[in-house]
Design a protein around this ligand. Structure first.
Ligand SMILES: Nc1ncnc2c1ncn2[C@@H]1O[C@H](COP(=O)(O)OP(=O)(O)O)[C@@H](O)[C@H]1O
Ligand SMILES: [Mg+2]
Length: 358
């Protein structure tokens, strides 16, 4: 595996997905910075209509990807984990990956969940016969044999998961170096990559351990719902154990609030609580609850291509931007300073990562 900062992934021209009621007329909670600096003189009169405004914002968002972001000096391997199901791991993996690729990075998504939801969302076939990450982990196939390019987003690749992977937790137990098989596969991957994003299953078994050994950064999506922090202590304990025994580089670099509904007091309470516990690891951008985000996978697309002007697409673009600009592993954290974000906070708390979390 190598990172080659000189090989810029050319900007993709995402295929515009079906226009949506949400982007056409619904209230768009657009992250500040998008669209706010558009000169009114440059807009044709049509942009005063809701559809025109949405189209303008989509173009604006995609133009912004052309600004380019700093590309990491070394490949950043990021493990998207939370042993709770349904918190937005897969959604976050594929949409952050697509956003980073649209920003010009070369990104590999490794689907490590036997459900294969990330593969589906990226439009990658993952029926039982497809060469998959199972073959890599259990049969020691090279990763390059199973990686496929994602149509529509240049620079984005996927190692799919098939249902075979469900048996891998057990099959791995008797194999040599069972915890580090994914790490070895990634290290032997020859193609230049800026980011590897690993979508974990909702458990803390050997598959997730393989991801934690392979990565340097843990990204934890937290759903802004009841019991958001429940079980996180277990994950953090696992991260500590893997760091102590198998992978000294491992750290929680990023917490992302997902399915944020600013209209509810619950969401803001959860957000507050998460920021109190985690402080600076929490991205300032949170992901709103968005119908477009949940619809995109059924079209085999990320929200970035399905509806690039939607609030969901814009927030994932902004979250990716924030991630790219700060917390580069082994390097200096680049201070990210977006425009103020309404109800989003930037409190830095001195609490330790696991304090108060069960
Ligand atoms: N921001 C969002 N707005 C609306 N629905 C979402 C959002 N994020 C995720 N979802 C939906 O929630 C469900 C669970 O998300 P998913 O990413 O599959 O979670 P996980 O991988 O943690 O199990 C999916 O149906 C997904 O489409
Ligand atoms: Mg998932």
């Amino acid at each position: 595996m190598r990172s080659d900062a000189n090989i810029a992934g050319p900007m993709a021209d995402p295929v515009p997905g079906p226009r949506s009621a949400e982007s056409a007329g619904g209230p768009l909670s657009v992250p500040p910075g998008f669209g706010s600096d558009v000169s009114r003189e440059t807009l044709p009169p049509m942009d005063d209509t809701p559809i025109g405004r949405a189209a303008q914002m989509a173009v604006e968002a995609l133009n912004r990807t052309g600004e380019g972001l700093p590309r990491p000096a070394q490949t950043r391997v990021m493990v998207v984990a939370n042993q709770k199901g349904g918190v937005g791991k897969t959604t976050t993996t594929v949409n952050l990956a697509a956003s980073l690729a649209l920003h010009g990075a070369r990104v590999l998504v490794i689907d490590l969940d036997p459900q294969g939801n990330a593969s589906t969302a990226l439009g990658i076939d993952h029926h039982a016969e497809v060469p998959s990450i199972y073959d890599v982990l259990v049969e020691s196939k090279p990763l390059s044999d199973v990686v496929l390019p994602v149509t529509d987003v240049e620079g984005l690749f996927c190692a799919p998961a098939t249902i075979d992977l469900a048996g891998a937790e057990i099959e791995l137990v008797s194999l040599v170096a069972r915890e580090s098989r994914l790490q070895r596969a990634i290290e032997s991957y020859e193609q230049p990559l800026d980011y590897v994003l690993i979508d974990c299953p909702p458990s803390l078994g050997l598959l997730t351990v393989n991801a934690l050994v392979a990565g340097a950064e843990v990204v934890i999506p937290i759903q802004c719902e009841y019991y958001a922090l429940e079980g996180l202590g277990q994950l953090l304990k696992n991260v500590d154990l893997v760091r102590a025994h198998l992978n000294p580089k491992l750290h929680v670099s990023t917490i992302l609030l997902t399915m944020y509904d600013g209209r509810t007091r619950l969401a803001s309470q959860v957000a507050e609580e998460v920021r109190t516990h985690f402080g600076k690891e929490v991205l300032r951008t949170s992901i709103p609850r968005s119908v477009r985000i949940s619809e995109a996978p059924s079209y085999g697309q990320t929200v970035l291509t399905y509806d690039p002007g939607s609030s969901g697409a814009l927030s994932y673009l902004e979250a990716a931007r924030e991630m790219a600009l700060r917390g580069l592993p082994g390097g200096m954290a680049v201070e990210y300073d977006p425009q103020p974000q309404g109800e989003q906070h930037n409190e830095q708390h001195p609490h330790s990562m696991s304090e108060g979390i069960q």
